[in-house]
Design a binder for this molecule. Structure first.
Ligand code: ZN
Length: 87
């Protein structure tokens, strides 16, 4: 093996956001590797349809959609109250 050209390949502990953890070997810096998704929790492997909301993007969208629905209902109610002002 030639010296000075190989990356540091060492044992790492992998932990997923779902709670699964295992150990493997990697050239990653540090002793741990953190994942957002793994084969224990990915829908492809579990066969279950689910929303993966690691950064709150889905809940943010749902909040915005609910707010939009409320505003639409409010506008519709205002137009219904004053039908002559819809021109
Ligand atoms: Zn996982």
């Amino acid at each position: 093996m030639q010296a000075g050209i190989h990356p540091n390949y060492h044992d790492v502990k992998v932990t997923c956001a779902c709670g699964a953890s295992w150990s493997t070997r990697s050239t990653v810096k540090g002793e741990t590797l953190r994942l957002e998704i793994c084969s224990n929790c990915h829908p492809f492997f579990t066969g279950k349809q689910k929303l993966i909301d690691t950064e709150g993007r889905v809940s943010l969208f749902e909040r915005k959609a609910a707010k939009s629905k409320a505003m639409q209902a409010e506008t519709a109610a205002r137009k219904a109250a004053k039908p002559e002002a819809t021109q």
